[in-house]
Design a protein around this ligand. Sequence first.
Ligand code: GRF
Length: 225
Amino acid sequence: MLTQQMPECGKLRVLVCVSGGGTNLQAIIDAKAAGRLKNADLVRVIANKPEAYALERAKKAGIEGVCVSPKDFPDREAFHRAFLAAVEEAAPDLIVLAGFLVVLPEEMISRYRNRIINIHPSLIPSFCGTGFYGLKVHEAALERGVKITGATVHFVDEGTDTGPIIMQKAVAVKEDDTPEVLQRRVMEEAEWILLPRAIELIAAGRVKTAAGQVCIEQEKELDEI
Ligand code: GRF
């Protein structure tokens, strides 16, 4: 079994990648401010869009924000190189994709194997994979008529939402839900709780992986996180 990304000493250096509003980033910032991220520091936020409100949230929290937009590069390869350089400059121990709508370069996935996590707004393997992002996930859940949905934090591998599952939390679907209402409930009741908790568990060295499965040591002790 492997213990994930414990730095030799000091706190886990966390880099957060964002594309939009950044409410998940805010949940991480708030957890840090509330003392619930004892073993992690937020070192940089990277956005792929200059207008991402998440950059504003980073600024307000005193975290360095960087924008690397594909629009500023002649092709995908040049964008990937610049993005990877911005990642490496931050020397992260853990990379958190918090609503980051960019397919990562394969080189980055193998370089940071089991050091990149993503939050997905459904209970994987339901409503995930190519095309399932943002409101589309909740539209599909409502269309299928599921009574329970939720969120998943997982390690990122070469597939789309296929990496080892770290944590999941269920959320009830209500009869008159719209995709927007359901999206908000999944965020409030699952995403904003799970993501900071997963980061602290990893930072505390409690997350182990073996054969594509994750096990979390002594999670009960971490109820406070
Ligand atoms: C969240 O629903 C997250 O699960 C998904 O993208 C959304 C990002 O929202 N991957 P925000 O930018 O954190 O507000």
